[in-house]
Design a protein around this ligand. Structure first.
Ligand code: GDD
Ligand code: MG
Length: 370
């Protein structure tokens, strides 16, 4: 069975983490999200995937290749210009040969795909859209269904006064390729604002598939830390790499951990991590490969990608660090702060309240100080 994954968006909401890394390739628990998604699709019976890409295409090619290392057949299809969600699938229509899954490439879910497919076939549906309940649908695609689950209305990013349901488009579709006859070729065209509303008019059978499976859009900054929290506490079915070396502490390969360091799980440590004397690592926290954590540093509820160096007595709390940053001694980084890649911070800085540092930022000692 084939699938198309839409990964052409710019990931602007997640900047600066997506300045150097396309949104679907940002790591979740030390593994590029797309790599995880492909493995999980493979395990659910999908053997061929077309990635509809646009931005940083070479990054996808060099990391994922032809998919053979992941045991899946992978095509990377680059759009000449942004085609929108439906236009992107229209662009690869010649590669489709029957019922196909389409995925938004920024959703973490443990939805049962075979059950959804069985529902689609049972109803003789042309498009089946997975649905999930949310508190505030205004940021999503609102979907109204009748008692047979047939979709009556699809309204993308509804205004508060137009909300009639708490069910939204969860970003997984089962489609019959014939519906692409309604999609104009070589143009920007969206499922959400174009094809779905059109299908409401044509009368083609379009069904919703509500589920209580875990669901989260990783493309929103606060969600990125929340998703890690949910994975580490086991709220979503998710397999991450590493061996459990102590209660809820997982390590990939080997590490150099000082015996006086305190690690309170759930914590995942990447390969070659070094943790100094008196350091405290408090979960849910993920530390990427080859990070060096200095003496008496405290890290709590945070996610660090690879190759960061944290000098002595720093405190990192509820923050995200990209790759290859150097954080000077006695620095505080907290409250949703995001430091992207290759930043160098002098000693005794204080970064709080969601400050975002773009790649390569340099701060002198006490530049933002106590
Ligand atoms: N190839 C390609 N080309 N992919 C695209 C394009 C494009 O022009 N535009 C967006 N995408 C991809 C994005 O990379 C993402 O994986 C997916 O399509 C959805 O785009 P987002 O920009 O993340 O949309 P959203 O989160 O605001 O809303 C969408 O997802 C919600 C669920 O998370 C909609 O589908 C909503 O209806 C839905 O509720
Ligand atoms: Mg999204």
């Amino acid at each position: 069975m084939k699938a198309v994954i839409l990964v052409g968006g710019l990931g602007t909401r997640l900047r600066p983490l997506t300045c150097n890394t396309p949104k679907p390739m940002i790591p979740l628990v030390n593994q590029p999200f797309m790599e995880y998604m492909l493995l999980s699709l493979r395990d659910q019976g999908i053997d061929e995937v077309i990635l509809a890409v646009q931005y940083l295409a070479d990054h996808f090619r060099s990391t994922l290749g032809d998919g053979s290392q992941l045991g899946i057949k992978l095509h990377i299809a680059e759009e000449p210009e942004p085609r929108g969600t439906a236009g992107a699938v229209k662009n690869v229509e010649h590669l489709l040969d029957g019922t196909t899954f389409v995925f938004n490439g920024d959703v973490l879910t443990d939805l049962d795909l075979q059950a959804m497919l069985a529902f689609h076939r049972e109803r003789g549906s042309k498009v089946t859209i997975s649905l999930t309940p949310v508190d505030d649908p205004t940021q999503y695609g609102l979907v109204e269904i009748d008692e047979t689950r047939r979709i009556k209305r699809f309204l993308e990013k509804p205004r508060a006064e137009d909300i009639t349901s708490n069910l939204i488009n969860a970003g997984t579709y089962v489609i019959e390729p014939e519906i692409f006859r309604y999609v104009p070729p070589d143009q920007f065209y969206m499922f959400e604002r174009g094809l779905f509303p059109v299908l409401m008019q044509t009368g083609d059978p379009v069904y919703g598939y509500p589920s209580r499976a875990y669901w989260n859009d990783i493309g929103r900054p606060q969600n990125y830390l929340d998703v890690h929290h949910d994975i580490l506490i086991g709220k979503v079915q998710y397999t991450f790499r590493g061996k459990e070396i102590a209660s809820r502490v997982w390590l990939e390969d080997t590490a150099d951990i000082h015996q006086s360091a305190q690690i309170v799980g759930p914590v995942v440590l990447g390969a070659g991590v070094r943790i100094g004397r008196g350091a405290s690592i408090i979960g849910p926290t993920v530390i990427g490969a080859h990070c060096t954590i200095g003496t008496d540093v405290t890290i709590e509820g945070s996610v660090l990608w690879d190759n960061n160096e944290i000098e002595e007595r720093c405190v990192l709390r509820s923050c995200v660090l990209g790759r290859g940053n150097h954080i000077g001694a006695h620095t505080l980084v907290s409250d949703g702060t995001i430091i992207s890649d290759g930043c160098s911070l002098g000693a005794e800085n204080r970064l709080e309240r969601g400050i975002k540092l773009w790649p390569g930022t340099t701060l002198k000692d006490q530049a933002i100080s106590f």
